[in-house]
Write a protein that binds this ligand. Structure first.
Ligand code: FNR
Length: 364
């Protein structure tokens, strides 16, 4: 049997970590296929000189209905991955959600993002910068991170609620995949050093794998009753709940926040769960009108998928691995090319404004 060098092992581990899913990866596969089942019926002759693709989300106007989904440790894909994503997002008008599990402290990411925003009038739409939050067992660590985000000009928070425990990712297990320690701790080293909690730096020095590490610190007891406390820690900024799929939960979530992200965590959590676009379809067919924005996350692979989501009543989409694939091996140029290839808004190629589209078949 040939032996892999440690660097090869790391690379293959990264591929599985990034592009794999939970269980037998059924949901991962379905996330992409679900979109193909939705056909669009375009309306014509709408005098579309300059389609307006801006959207109102998180209480602000963003230029495009596209967010880069929060993905942990982007630096695994390419050195300084967080910096590359932040720069490219700000320049291209795509909003960026930084993961709690960032390999670069949020202050640095914020400064790169803000420095690369185009200079426009204050009232013009601009891409948003959001911090994704996992509520950790030591909530003081979480709230301290949020406070730092408020101080550094973030526009709001994405509270991920579908990961009280981490999905069963077989690839990571068999690869003994580990995130380098310096990246695991990068975003909250100062909180850890002042935390009264049981976690000490030595907890992170025992070779705990990245995924076990997350399970160790995410608080599985966080519940609906805790949302008031969470909201009060948001410093007046809006937040969205990510990972909600059942219409009853959507309705309840929207009593706490204005935006809900329909998501199965990119097929990385409960294998076999419904896809986001399917959930949106059911909600739109059900006829319930929610007072808030529904954002579609998972399997978005093209501008056409964005239009499908908007056609079914979604306000925006989040895109994860499609962009991750661009930067992996291709760096900034690869990311840029991906954005240009398949998300051609605003460059004269968008033929239809989303206002003119309706999705009208029975896909599921
Ligand atoms: C994620 N996702 C994720 N979500 C989150 O709320 N916090 C996180 O830290 C992470 N980390 C993470 C790492 C990796 C490697 C992936 C691929 C995904 C889930 C992510 O935000 C999003 O829900 C999915 O990636 C969307 O599916 P697609 O676009 O990748 O198909």
């Amino acid at each position: 049997m040939s032996k892999l060098s440690s660097s090869q092992r790391t690379i293959s581990g990264v591929k599985d970590y990034y592009f794999g899913g939970a269980g037998s990866q059924e949901t991962l596969r379905k996330n992409i296929r679900a979109f193909e089942k939705i056909t669009m019926v375009p309306r014509v002759l709408n005098h579309l000189e300059a389609p307006d693709l801006s959207v109102e989300v998180f209480g602000k106007r963003a230029p495009l209905p596209i967010f880069i989904a929060p993905m942990a440790y982007l630096s695994l894909l390419e050195l300084e991955g967080e910096a590359i994503f932040a720069r490219r997002a700000a320049k291209s008008g795509v909003s960026f959600v930084l993961s709690t599990r960032s390999a670069l402290p949020l202050e640095e990411v914020a400064s790169i993002f803000h420095a690369n925003l185009p200079t426009t009038q204050a009232s013009a739409p601009r891409p948003l910068l959001l911090l994704q939050v996992y509520v950790m067992k030591d909530r003081a660590i979480t709230y301290s991170l949020m406070n730092r985000a408020v101080e550094n000009g973030f526009d709001g928070f994405v509270l991920t609620v579908d990961s009280p425990v981490i999905g069963l990712r077989r690839g990571d297990r068999s690869n003994h995949f580990e995130v380098p320690l310096k990246w695991q701790n990068a975003n909250f080293i100062q909180e850890l050093s002042t935390s009264a909690k049981v976690f000490t730096p030595s907890d992170f020095g025992r070779g705990v794998s990245g995924t076990n590490y997350e399970a160790l610190v995410q608080d599985p007891t966080f519940s609906w009753d805790d949302l008031g406390e969470f909201s009060s820690m948001a410093g007046g900024l809006p937040f969205a709940m990510k990972g909600v799929l059942d219409p009853r939960d959507v309705a309840r979530a929207l009593t706490h926040c204005d935006d809900v992200i329909l998501s199965n965590h990119g097929g990385r959590q409960l294998d076999g769960s419904i896809t986001a676009i399917q959930a949106l379809y059911r909600i739109s067919k059900g006829g319930t009108k929610f007072q808030g924005n529904l954002i579609v996350d998972g399997g978005v692979d093209s501008g056409a998928d964005v239009l499908r989501s908007l056609g079914l009543g979604g306000a925006s989409v989040m895109v994860g691995r499609y962009f991750a694939r661009g930067i992996f091996g291709g760096g900034d140029a690869g990311l840029n090319q991906r954005e240009r290839n398949r998300f051609p808004y605003g460059r004269g190629q968008a033929t239809y404004s989303h206002n003119t589209l309706k999705c009208s078949n029975e896909p599921f």
